[in-house]
Design a protein around this ligand. Structure first.
Ligand SMILES: Cc1cc2nc3c(=O)[nH]c(=O)nc-3n(C[C@H](O)[C@H](O)[C@H](O)COP(=O)(O)O)c2cc1C
Length: 369
């Protein structure tokens, strides 16, 4: 890894990020690393990678190799994109745009969250035009919020809509983690959750300042718009509203993947929301093979996120059938340590390690432990 941040590996980047973030707000570090319930899914998502081993193909090292691939028909330089994450602006003003620029430099996809604090129009104005951006949305309580994202994404050259479907309710953390959202009390922004334009059936009045804490109190304001009961009909409605390809994020079973295929989505992002939603759901890596198998006769692409921390993790997920993987927290760590350059370093480091493994990797196999 580039030494300008002082980090030599992603684990080191995480350690430096922890030091830096905790100095400002220990509770915000807990927020980033929140796992709901007993953190079973959060921890399993990391551990799952350790149950697989490479079977090296000796004496057949590939001199010619490439980390390039395509997603939804578009070329990307590395099979590693950035997942949608709300919270960039708490670490760095314009944090989302920094991550967007880093992704563009690395030649890969950045997914913009719908509940972040940078208006989607501002994000688009601050990142290179030839970058590769997807816009995430929820099936918001008020369809006008969903359409606000979709219409802007279409107009501003985003290449896909990512619909997150794993959050009908907000699951809570237990133990010492249960009050992590108290960190919102210390966060003051000009336009928090800027892309939520309608609240309680009315156009939001931005002159009326709401704090982050107020917006995200259970059953209040933005919280009520986001954690709502979108269903398959709502997905069908969204599909009828846009020609952009839809990536369904938060799928963890073969049944749901098959149903999603029948609804005409273009891709599945196997994800457990970083262990921040239903605790006890499978680790994405564990769910991946059955979903890949269920979709093998379709044209749907399958991606995964959750627990990717090393190049080995990336290659294991690809070997199990993912076309590409996405990272959530590691990009935040890079941002906390060194802004845009920090995020770029994380992607660059992963790329180098993946390239190295491409020399020898053949298949992975599951071990008993
Ligand atoms: C602080 C934080 C905020 C997140 N916000 C969103 C969000 O707004 N929308 C979404 O679909 N997923 C969100 N996620 C989940 C990520 O997109 C992704 O699924 C997860 O972070 C992947 O796991 P990883 O952090 O181990 O890479 C968030 C994750 C974190 C850590």
């Amino acid at each position: 890894m580039n030494t300008s941040s002082g980090a030599y590996s992603l684990a080191e980047m995480e350690r430096l990020a922890k030091e830096k973030v905790e100095k400002k707000s220990p509770i915000f570090w807990s927020y980033i690393n929140l796992g709901t319930g007993d953190r079973q899914t959060f921890e399993e998502s990391l551990r799952a990678f350790k149950r697989y081993r490479f079977q090296p193909r000796i004496l057949s090292a590939k001199r010619q190799r490439s980390t390039f691939t395509t997603v939804l028909g578009q070329p990307i330089a590395i099979p590693i994109g950035i997942s949608p994450v709300a919270g960039y602006s708490y670490l760095h003003a314009d944090g989302d745009a920094n991550a967007g620029r880093a992704a563009a430099r690395a030649g890969t996809v950045k997914i913009l969250t719908s509940v972040g604090d940078l208006p989607i129009e501002d994000f688009a104005a601050m990142v290179p035009k030839d970058g590769h951006y997807w816009a995430q949305t929820y099936l918001f309580e008020d369809r006008r919020n969903t359409l606000h994202i979709v219409r802007n994404a279409e107009r501003l050259g985003f290449k896909a809509i990512v619909v997150t479907v794993d959050s009908p309710v907000e699951h809570k953390a237990s133990g010492s983690n249960r009050n992590v959202k108290d960190c919102f009390k210390d966060i003051h922004l000009k336009t928090p959750s800027a892309n939520i334009r309608y609240i309680g059936g009315k156009k939001r009045d931005f002159a009326q300042q709401h704090s982050v804490a107020e917006l995200w109190k259970p059953d209040q304001l933005a919280h009520k718009e986001t954690f709502c009961f979108g269903d398959w009909d709502e997905l069908a409605w969204l599909k009828s509203e846009t020609k952009l390809p839809i990536v369904l994020k938060g799928v963890l079973t073969a049944d749901s993947a098959r149903k999603a295929a029948a609804f005409g989505v273009a891709a599945i992002l196997v994800s457990a929301h970083g262990g921040r939603q239903l605790d006890g759901s499978p680790a994405p890596l564990e769910a991946l093979p059955e979903i890949v198998d269920a979709l093998k006769d379709t044209k749907l692409e399958v991606y995964m996120d959750g627990g990717i921390r090393t190049g080995n993790d990336v290659v294991k997920a690809l070997a199990l059938g993912a076309r590409a993987v996405f990272i959530g927290r590691p990009a935040l760590y890079g941002l906390a340590v060194n802004g845009e350059d920090g995020v770029y370093q994380v992607l660059k480091d992963l790329r180098e390690r993946v390239d190295n493994l491409y020399v020898i990797y053949a298949v992975v196999h599951r071990c008993k432990n």
